[in-house]
Design a protein around this ligand. Structure first.
Ligand code: PLP
Length: 396
């Protein structure tokens, strides 16, 4: 018996546990301090009335023999896939129902999709980015090449013709930087992938936060993407489903590699290894796409984006460089005075009792940067920025 030794190559994920223990120690040493957490990227607004009502109704159906449901289609109920297709139609994207796969969230699919790709593919991953892409490819022992985000490219790395990649992760709006690719930039990525027969894994978990109409919310808004891209989305941030769990993955029929439609492979993978999302949750997800559901989700997103604006405006006044905060729930700032991101974390906790996330936790290129999230309450966001503006740390 041999273990998968690739797991030994993982960087220990100390980020959030280190943050938690530092905050705990700080609270013990300063019992009167009221710590504000703008660190973890979890939502705080409850499920909307449209979703709750649909889930209550579905629960009642499950309680009666005549309407009870057991196993559903692994790839999701038709009613939800149709609702998602209609949502895509509003973006000018035409999808067939069977190109949409309902899942328990984007994280699992972003990892599970690797099942359908050969082991010897080279994977191109932005840095900094959501750490899951690196970890799941490390577990699988794949060769990873990084593309570098920096202030110079507004944290939007572009294709490099000298780099050969087979699988390319893109995240837009990006976690942690809040940066969003333009259509012209995605056009370049699609051309690069098509020229190499590569496949783009496009993570649009934060698409609902995009306010600027000129920015794409789906890679399929770029012609040809249906021949080179798989898109992953989630209701976690769109509609507060982080604890309810529902997402969806789009694998277009036109995406063919090695003479095989990837849609067919993914269907086979899902029907074999996955048994679907609970009926009650899928009814809640369907309600997100109803006119009331969309309006209610929009209200919550507007609430978070107002928090992001408050953070961004405060940083602007302080003269701190940042990205994000306009079309994303994240603000990514440069640590003042050239501080490294953990030193800034410690100083901010000490001087302002505010918790954020050190950029180094999202990849080597995150060093010297810091993430604040807009998912807190309005009061806490205002108070946190007041404290940050007042602390001497920001005057270095
Ligand atoms: N993709 C990105 C970029 C994320 O930041 C997250 C969660 O933070 C996810 C995917 C995971 O989403 P889900 O809750 O749907 O698994």
């Amino acid at each position: 018996m041999n273990i998968n030794t690739n797991y030994l190559n993982l960087n220990e994920s100390y980020l959030f546990s280190t943050i938690a223990s530092k905050v705990r120690e700080h609270a013990q040493a300063n019992p009167a301090a009221e710590v504000i957490r703008l660190g973890i990227g979890d939502v705080t607004r409850p499920l909307t009335p449209a979703v709750v009502e649909a889930m209550q109704q579905a629960t009642a159906e499950m309680a009666a023999a005549a309407s009870f449901r057991g196993y559903g289609d692994e790839q999701g109920y038709g009613f939800l896939r149709q609702a998602i297709a209609e949502y895509y139609a509003t973006k000018g994207v035409t999808l067939h129902e069977d190109e949409i796969f309902v899942s328990d969230g984007a994280k699992s699919d972003l990892a599970n999709i690797l099942d359908i790709f050969a082991q010897d593919n080279t994977v191109l991953i932005p840095n900094p980015v959501y750490p899951v892409y690196v970890d799941v490819n490390t577990m699988a022992g794949r060769n990873i090449v990084y593309m570098h985000g920096s202030a110079d490219n507004d944290f939007l790395p572009m294709p490099d013709d000298t780099v050969q990649a087979d699988v390319i992760y893109l995240c837009s709006p990006n976690n942690p930087t809040g940066a969003v690719y333009s259509k012209a930039q995605l056009r370049q990525w699609v051309d690069y992938a098509l020229a190499r027969d590569a496949v783009i894994l496009f993570d649009s978990a934060y698409e609902a936060f995009v306010q600027d109409d000129s920015l794409p919310t789906s890679i399929y808004q770029v012609d040809g993407a249906e021949r080179c891209a798989i898109e992953f989305c989630s209701l976690s941030k769109t509609a507060g489903f982080t604890g309810t769990r529902c997402g969806y993955t789009v694998v277009p029929h036109a995406l063919v590699r090695g003479g095989v439609a990837l849609n067919k492979l993914w269907l086979r993978r899902q029907t074999t290894k996955f048994n679907g999302v609970p009926y009650v949750v899928q009814r809640g997800a369907q309600a997100v796409f109803s006119p009331q559901g969309l309006a209610q989700a929009k209200t919550d997103i507007a609430y978070y984006l107002e928090n992001a604006r408050i953070i961004a405006d405060a940083l602007e006044q302080l003269g701190v460089a940042f990205t994000g905060g306009r079309n994303a729930p994240y603000v990514w700032l440069q640590c003042p005075g050239g501080m490294n991101s953990w030193a800034f974390f410690d100083a901010l906790l000490e001087q302002a009792n505010v918790v954020g996330t050190p950029g180094a936790g999202f990849g080597a290129n995150g060093e010297g940067f810091f993430r604040l999230t807009a998912f807190g309450s309005r009061e806490n966001t205002i108070e946190a920025m007041r404290r940050i503006a007042a602390c001497k740390l920001m005057k270095t």
